[in-house]
Design a protein around this ligand. Sequence first.
Ligand code: HEM
Length: 106
Amino acid sequence: MDTDQPNLYDSAGHNLEIDKVVEILYELILADENLKDTFKDINIDRQRRMMSKFISNCVGGKKYNQKYMRNSHSKLNLTEKHFETVMDHLITAMQRVGVSSALGVD
Ligand code: HEM
């Protein structure tokens, strides 16, 4: 990791902004008619934790093994539109928390 980058994490590896982004993200997903049914049998607490880890991994924090991403999504029959919608919700969640610049989505 580039040591010139600001450390986004506390000593226990938590990033409260990422957790907040993920909380808002799943509020948006679960309120979205085109997405919510996919999550009806899913443990949302675990889902939030895994998404936090995934985003954290993207910005140089916690390690997340990407192979679980492939396994989780390959059986869901998802379209490009599903992914675009989740990404739109993710950007909205980041903007609401004010971390868009820090995470490079501006
Ligand atoms: C846009 C980018 C997306 C990212 C970054 C993402 C991220 C993740 C992560 C990190 C997990 C946890 C995998 C694990 O167990 O380690 C996961 C699981 C899951 N994702 Fe996504 N996801 C995305 C798009 C989607 C879309 C579009 C849908 C459906 C509309 C979706 C539905 C699910 C479901 C249902 C699971 C749980 C699968 C299971 O536990 O069996 N994801 N996703």
